[in-house]
Design a protein around this ligand. Sequence first.
Ligand code: FAD
Ligand code: FES
Length: 504
Amino acid sequence: MSHTSEGPSGPDLTAGISEDSVPNGGSLLGHVGDHPVLVVRQGSELFAIGAKCTHYKGPLNEGLVVGKTVRCPWHHACFDLETGRADPPALDPVARWRIERQNGRVVVREKLPEVQPPNRPYTDPGPMVIVGGGAAGFAAALTLKAEGYRGRITMVSADRDAPYDRPNLSKDYLAGNAPEDWMPLREDQFFPEASIDLILGTTATKVDTRHRRVELSDGRSEGYGALLLAMGAAPVRLRVPGAELPHVHYLRSFDDARAIIAKLSPSARVAVVGASFIGLEVAAALRAREATVHVIAPVARPMENVFGAEVADFVRALHESHGVVFHLERQVASIQPGRLTLSDGATIDADLVIVGIGVTPITALAEETGIVVDRGIHVNEYLETTVPGVFAAGDIARWPDPHTGERIRVEHWVVAERQGQVAARNMLGRGQRFDMVPFFWSQHYDVTINYVGHAEHWDAIERDGRLEDHNCSVMYRKGGRLVAAATIGRDRESLLIERSIAAS
Ligand SMILES: Cc1cc2nc3c(=O)[nH]c(=O)nc-3n(C[C@H](O)[C@H](O)[C@H](O)COP(=O)(O)OP(=O)(O)OC[C@H]3O[C@@H](n4cnc5c(N)ncnc54)[C@H](O)[C@@H]3O)c2cc1C
Ligand code: FES
């Protein structure tokens, strides 16, 4: 992931440009002083907004204009052209500038003030309680504020840290390329200033739906009018002799990442158990720190179940070219200090073992509450559970996906954030359906794989371009219909595919 910081390019927009130079449904990149600014045309309307995405500064001029929004090419954040407002993973609006049109020319004038939350009426159910301070919980809290909710918001999180950039834990942060201050999604003082009561290091232990109260591990209890369950997922534990030794780690939280980093040295010998997203991103990050990395997994090809054989072979070769050693079609039989033994009797020297063998949604609280749970918390299209007034979002929620016609549960950052947004609006009685086309990205060295749609199974795969050139798209079809696509180096195409799946 790169945080770019190039100087301004394109014309000086304060000097004016020809209207015709901005294509309809497209944009033109210029600048106002040092600010890169994008002029966007949609029909007869023109808009001027900041050209850098507020997530990781992705180039919005390489994105896609859809209606009165522009979509970021890197991780599909969406910005409203009229208000500058962001949909995740960006959490902050882009700046807007006033435009003047004179005789077929467009001149960009002064910056406009930030749009304030609307004063739209909402149904006030009473205090809002959010269980979970991750992607979904935090996006929900922000959305309640953005929707103009003025009541009490309590967010309870088992995490010791205020909401942070979890995907970065296995990428730049673990690689040592992201300083600590990149990680929080908001500064600590934001929460009291926004009147969000953030209770950290505390778990919700019981929900009393009759009296609408949530009991907390510190003995307190919080009354709610509407409740959001957003507890995410927990790593599956490895069950072999030695799995409880202190050098065996998992990676879910900021604390987990700090504990791993504290034990790393350039000569560290690391065994990664599991060859899916977390395992392989960890492998890439640790190679950047020059650790020796062995990956052990029972599968024949890494991530073949998600991407198919060809992409899986490419991913394996990519990691091998960076020095990762794979031990596939093998299991860990036991772990000893400084070593682990595989199912075929082979041994690997390892000072550190990092286990990434999947996660399970944290649903016990919901089950004990009598909420229907079926491989995730069962929610309707409004993300409400089977108990009225109780919503669920993120890794724990299984929802009716309109694009596949199936109930699905995914573990994607942007989906969790967008679900948090939609759940929050519905807690205010807005009645918004969740219909996002799922999206995730995964980063391995200088290769980012973007994936839109959802395909647990497919009956045809079509590739365009060459994986080795890091310039290709792979389409997954079921019954002739395009259900998902993975792209490398084709970010705009990923946005176009997302749009076409949304419309189909
Ligand atoms: C290392 C790592 C890298 C990832 N990289 C990517 C990526 O590149 N792209 C992508 O799309 N996705 C990625 N993901 C997945 C993504 O982070 C998750 O899908 C997303 O965080 C889910 O959001 P959530 O709000 O459901 O859960 P979380 O973000 O996990 O938040 C859940 C919160 O609930 C808290 N909690 C749990 N139980 C309780 C309780 N009883 N009471 C109170 N609080 C509780 C937890 O402490 C946590 O704060 C990654 C995940 C990890 C771990
Ligand atoms: S940089 Fe724009 S969505 Fe991430």
